[in-house]
Design a protein around this ligand. Structure first.
Ligand SMILES: [Zn+2]
Ligand SMILES: [Zn+2]
Length: 176
């Protein structure tokens, strides 16, 4: 009789202890998985994703350094985004050694606009000035054929605290 009680008690202890250990392990595992998920989402960059061809948008041009998309919310008749394949956060991360990359971006942007019948000299080609940008991945806006309205033009006026033309940016880097 006594032996039976002890056996039942031991069995109860065994179930409780193993159950608790399993519960703790599962909780820890879920916490680790959740943390991992947050980390991946945090490092997920829309333009890096586009770069590895996971975009639903049509890639209009691509080479070793850049790829071109149409802006999904165009501010001008023709509005292209020249994006770097490399994850560069903003113009603030650029050094003198990046001038050839900028010249290349300018060349591709001009080419895209020329193909639409625009004269690149009368077009807007340039970059957001931090902190006034939403996507933290270097991209050049190339716009031609006229802005949709004055309101659409305002964020893209060269030399303001919002925007710098590629030529102006190159000149600044040259002086640094
Ligand atoms: Zn990126
Ligand atoms: Zn932009």
């Amino acid at each position: 009789m006594m032996f039976d009680v002890i056996r039942r008690f031991m069995f109860y202890v065994f179930v409780t202890v193993t159950g608790s250990i399993a519960y703790i392990l599962i909780t820890i595992k879920n916490m680790v998985v959740a943390r991992k998920k947050i980390r991946v989402q945090g490092s997920e960059c829309k333009f890096c994703m586009n770069s590895i061809a996971r975009t639903k948008q049509t890639v209009l041009y691509s080479d070793d350094l850049v790829y071109v998309l149409e802006d999904i919310n165009p501010d001008a008749k023709f509005h292209f985004l020249i994006n770097t394949h490399e994850h560069i956060v903003s113009i603030n991360s650029l050094k003198r050694k990046d001038i050839p990359l900028l010249q290349h971006m300018q060349k591709i942007g001009s080419k895209m606009l020329q193909e639409k019948g625009c004269d690149p000299r009368s077009c807007t080609l340039g970059f957001h000035v931090p902190p006034f940008y939403t996507i933290k991945h270097l991209h050049m806006h190339a716009m031609g054929g006229g802005f949709s309205s004055l309101l659409h033009k305002l964020p893209f006026i060269d030399g303001t605290w919002l925007f710098t033309s590629t030529n102006q940016l190159i000149a600044t880097l040259n002086k640094s």
